[in-house]
Design a protein around this ligand. Sequence first.
Ligand SMILES: *[C@@H]1O[C@H](CO)[C@@H](O)[C@H](O)[C@H]1NC(C)=O
Ligand SMILES: *[C@@H]1O[C@H](CO)[C@@H](O)[C@H](O)[C@H]1NC(C)=O
Length: 658
Amino acid sequence: MAQSCRFLVLTLLVSFGALNCASCLNLTYPDFSEEYKGDFKDKGNSAIVKEALQVTYDLNDDTLLTDLSGRILYKNPVRLWKKKQVASFNSTFVFNVSPVKNRVGAPGDGLAFILTEEMEVPHNSMGQWLGIVNVSTNGSSHRSIVAIEFDTKKSFPDDLDNNHVGLNINSINSRNKASLNSTGITIASERNLTAMILYDGVKKTMNISVFKGHFVLADPPVLSISDIDLSKYLVGKVYVGFSASTGAVSVERNCVLEWYFSIDDIGEDPKIPIWGWIIISVSIVFALCGVLGGWLFFCYKRKPKLDGHDLPIISGVGPKKFKLKDLKGATGNFSENRELGRGAFGIVYKGTVEGRLVAVKRIKNTPKGLQNLVAEVTTIGSLHHKNLVELIGWCYEDRELLLVYEYMHNRSLDTLLYGEDGKLSEAKPTQDTTLSWKKRYNVICGVAQALDYLHNECLKRVLHRDIKASNILLDSDFNARLGDFGLARMFKREKTHYSTKEIAGTPGYMAPELFLTGKATTETDVFAFGVLALVVASGRKPGSQNEDDESIQNIIDWVWQHYSMGTISNAIDPKLKGNCDERQAKCMLLLGLACCNPNPNLRPSMGYVMQVLIGEASLPQVPFEKPAFVWPAPSPSFTHEDSSSGGVLSIITTLDGR
Ligand SMILES: *[C@@H]1O[C@H](CO)[C@@H](O)[C@H](O)[C@H]1NC(C)=O
Ligand SMILES: *[C@@H]1O[C@H](CO)[C@@H](O)[C@H](O)[C@H]1NC(C)=O
């Protein structure tokens, strides 16, 4: 009955203790078997054997038990105090101190529960020093160790007796002490004793109780200490555990069998002061802003904004922005049988949008493709002329670059001149595929008008930069419509050229100076127009100044040769034989040669070309010999003189001779 009552009280006490310690570090060792060994560090003459902490060795040979000192500590330091806050702890352990039987000397020297800054056992801390201090560290003012000693030997004059409890602070001399003799408990008795050390960090009190046996409630504490602020004597983080020693004559076995330690968790010191945290947070915010900014910038760079308002819309009649799904619907989801043509830029599809036939150009999504789309929308989007292809709208969505043009029933000039596959039309010389002279003349007039408009009449000067047969589209009445403004650039009127690092245009249509200067000018457009005029009148391909294929003679050289030899009429497209105004055709060829003058200063303007075509001006003089290409180009007045008398510093190339 009494037994069960005790058990109940004990259980209550345990639960109270647990409740008291809502957040704390708990070390619970009902024994020190293998599984717990790793939690400890044994120093000096100590070991963990026989499932107990042998704070000094438990050796069979009694003669080896002399002059030992050891420490066994929990491996991690615990937080004892922080600023004004001191943790409360409860260290309860079952220990056994056994004197050596049949030995002459008295038992000694004792065991202690310690809280220490330093794990290592001090040198020469055996005997009276209990493994706590040595002669040189004894009484030091350094905050290094606090011990609750269970002393079994009177070693100093002021040592109470050979069976007492004491509180030692950086010293072997106890600050507070109490003899156990009156309690009937003998430390060195070979009996298991339980010690309970309770420290209250708030009240700054310490109570030390010693019980006989295993968890048996005893009378009030043997030692009650008030006004003991451990933060004054120890560093904030300390190791906890045990120390013990034996002397030269007095020996004993010192061991701990069970240990229950709990300490309030008062948290760690903020290692970084408040201002440190502020600096860190501010830097993190800045870093995040930087990353976000960079990301936005990246996105902005990658995907130039193409919302309607970024593109010029003149008087509200600019090209319309289409939805991708509408254009997919219009072209049967870009179906193959709607294909009108394809090129390096992408593919053109036939479609119907808002009940109107359109050609949808699907541009390859490359940086250049996007550049071309922007060029088209910003140039022809704002231009209106009967000889320009109307850009109805555009779409830039989901990585698709699309341009919507009015549909041209008769496709492009090159398909009509050379046939479907770009083969010469001789391949299928049916009446239908041969473009009549009237139509050809009309086409050239249309292109000239369009160019004159671009160069001289619209608000800003526009250079097309890519005049060629495949860019001339024909409507249902075979009227020329200039298209493909992918390379076009707009200028303020004063500016006369566009310079670029990469040379743009189509070989065969490019003026010789373009290769030297890289500058697109109205004159380079005129040159390309000249080549186009020769192409239309002769039905030949332009040939290429760059092409490896030497067999295709450059069209300019070929026509010029005929002109020099007086056989210019042989240059007229043989398919037109007998079915053309030969005078008009010769005029067109000569006009073409005039436009292809290697000296850009001698090429007529588009305005002058227009006047010639409508018969209001006479043909410009065309030299019988093709002039050599001289750069820098001589001014018109200069070149009328003998060319050998000047231009000493000129670079003479044979580009045209190839
Ligand atoms: C101290 O810990 C021991 C062992 O866990 C326990 O039995 C005892 O009740 C505790 N004392 C207090 C006051 O919490
Ligand atoms: C006391 O212990 C310290 C630390 O181990 C050591 O440096 C010192 O030499 C020791 N003093 C003596 C007298 O052994």
